[in-house]
Design a protein around this ligand. Structure first.
Ligand code: FDA
Length: 506
């Protein structure tokens, strides 16, 4: 009874030479809701008023993906691609135009080859699965990627991939060897057949602009048998302002084996409103060494050996996922996909290129207390990051001191509550203007933020795209637009923040 479903299903079954009803879901299919909700990771987009896809397609092979692209093209629906569903603003599964969702969660093979220190990781695999499969084969290898185990490879790597080993090994995309993609003509291409331009574009230029990424071949990196983690808190009363101020000169300059993140959160303590600054660290080495390093470089932190725990690199990944008993738990928890679990949240980003003065930190803490809920994460750069050219990958933010994530989560929601928290995050972002990068102000694509501009893909598409595109990619935006125009001139692969084609001269 649904002509779009019937026409798509017939084409898809014909092209794959098998009946495909079990892999195509229309809104009347009893499994439709559970398939859609399984990978919604932001509860803001899991409401009855959230627009829903006309069809969800769940391919089980590269051939299925190719057929899905070819069969969707003539139907004129927006074609959203979803791997792990962690897009902070839900762009992989929401649209205000009629749309399909191509859900890659069944494409989850991870093949680790220790002999040549590489792995093929499929788009629908999660980072937890990647880390677990590496750990199964070797205790001295790892991969530099994000700290949340349910994040999907497809979105994470196509958008850069940032984690707690970036000071030593760079971003995930600095460790790519090859990739497979389905292009707009349904062809399955590898690095050689897609060419260096398209390979460059999908190494950080964002999923959803150039094709469907099937997976990446990555270089594994060496990790020591023993690493150290710690978490130390300070409050305004115990010297947090000085510690955070000094951290700006230490975090990005210290030994590249150390990743020392600062979490800033307004809290009430002993009935007083204050800011808690929590230093969270991964050190690729022993506890004694990091304690003596930081006693010298950041005495304001007052780090002691008893704050530190030594463990394997894989356990440190569990620990960073807030499993503080990491040395005792079953590593298989990283295979748990935690389906259909989400919180209400909003994220934004910024980059800092010069140290914020002490009185700036003080005024920031005051502002955070006044607003009440939004937290900030300061992520140090430096080390390997500063050695990589700004045009080596689409992500140009290499010579920064640190990146800021604005972060607010809430449990119960209503339109008023949501409006209040979104507004808080915008006010804090605006407050930070004088302290952060400008011309253009920078942003990290994987911390998706539709506040910085969206694209309607009408006649002003290029101009609209330039607004967020320059913030995410700086000068690299121009090369991305040229590649987009060459590989997908009809703009089939598009979303609210995708790369536009060049405006036609007519
Ligand atoms: P999702 O499936 O939502 O895709 C994100 C975007 O990529 C969408 O535009 C989508 O269309 C596109 N896309 C997805 N798969 C594609 C494919 N196969 N081919 C083409 N396009 C594709 N980031 C980080 O760098 N470090 C971190 O530590 C974290 N931590 C973190 C924790 C949590 C809880 C969340 C919700 C998010 C993060 N992130 C992060 C951000 C994360 O890297 C970012 O949201 C990724 O794009 C998510 O990839 P998914 O495949 O899960 O998302």
């Amino acid at each position: 009874s649904n002509p779009v479903y019937n026409s798509f299903l017939k084409c898809f079954s014909d092209k794959t030479k098998t009946p495909q009803a079990q892999n195509v879901f229309s809104q009347t299919n009893p499994s439709y809701s559970s398939v859609l909700r399984a990978y919604i990771r932001n509860a803001r987009f899991n409401t009855s008023s959230t627009p829903k896809p006309t069809l969800i397609i769940t391919p089980r092979s590269a051939g299925h993906v190719s057929a899905a692209v070819l069969c969707a093209k003539p139907l004129n629906f927006v074609f959203k691609i979803r791997s792990g569903g962690h897009d902070y603003d839900g762009l992989s599964y929401v649209s205000d135009k009629p749309f399909f969702v191509l859900d890659l969660s069944n494409l989850r093979d991870v093949t680790v080859n220790i002999a040549d220190q590489t792995a093929w990781i499929s788009a629908g695999a999660t980072l937890g699965e990647v880390y677990y499969r590496i750990w199964e084969k070797s205790k001295v290898h790892g991969f530099p990627a994000g700290v949340c185990p349910t994040v999907g490879v497809g979105g994470h790597l196509s958008g850069g991939g940032y984690g707690n080993m970036l000071r030593k090994f760079g971003l995930s995309v600095d460790n790519l060897i090859d990739a497979k993609i389905v292009d707009v003509n349904g062809r399955i291409l590898d690095r050689k057949s897609m060419g260096e331009d398209l390979f460059w574009a999908i190494s950080g230029g964002g999923g959803g602009s150039f094709g469907v990424v099937l997976g990446y071949k990555v270089k594994l990196v060496p990790v020591p048998r023993v690493v150290t983690v710690f978490r130390v808190e300070q409050f305004i009363e115990s010297g947090a302002v000085d510690m955070v101020h000094k951290w700006q000169s230490v975090g990005p300059r210290t030994d590249r084996n150390l990743f020392l993140r600062m979490l800033l959160q307004p809290v009430t303590r002993n009935k007083v409103q204050t800011v808690r600054a929590t230093a969270v660290a991964l050190f690729l080495g022993r506890a004694d060494d990091v304690v003596s390093l930081l006693r010298k470089e950041l005495p304001e932190l007052a780090l002691k050996k008893e704050n530190c725990t030594e463990m394997t690199w894989f356990q440190s990944a569990l620990w960073w996922d807030n499993r503080l008993n990491a040395t005792l738990i079953d590593p298989k928890v990283f295979l748990d996909r935690n389906l259909d679990s989400s919180r209400f949240l909003k994220r934004k980003s910024d980059y800092v290129a010069t140290v914020i003065p002490r009185d700036g930190i003080e005024s920031l803490f005051k502002k955070m207390i006044e607003l009440g809920k939004v937290g900030l994460v300061f992520n140090p750069y430096g080390g390997k990051m500063a050695e990589i050219a700004e045009d080596a990958t689409p992500l140009p933010h290499r010579k920064m001191l640190f990146k800021i994530q604005y972060s607010v989560n809430w449990q119960e929601s209503s339109p008023e509550i949501e409006k209040g928290f979104l507004n808080q995050s915008r006010v804090l972002h605006s407050f930070m203007t004088e302290f952060v990068s400008n011309n253009p102000r920078r942003a990290y694509l994987n911390y998706r933020d539709v506040d910085i501009g969206v694209n309607d893909h009408g006649p002003n598409s290029y101009k609209e795209g330039e607004v967020y595109g320059r913030m995410y990619f700086g000068k690299n935006f121009d090369r991305l637009v040229k590649i987009k125009t060459a590989v997908d001139p009809g703009n089939f692969f598009r979303n609210e923040q995708s790369i536009p084609t060049l405006p036609s001269k007519a």
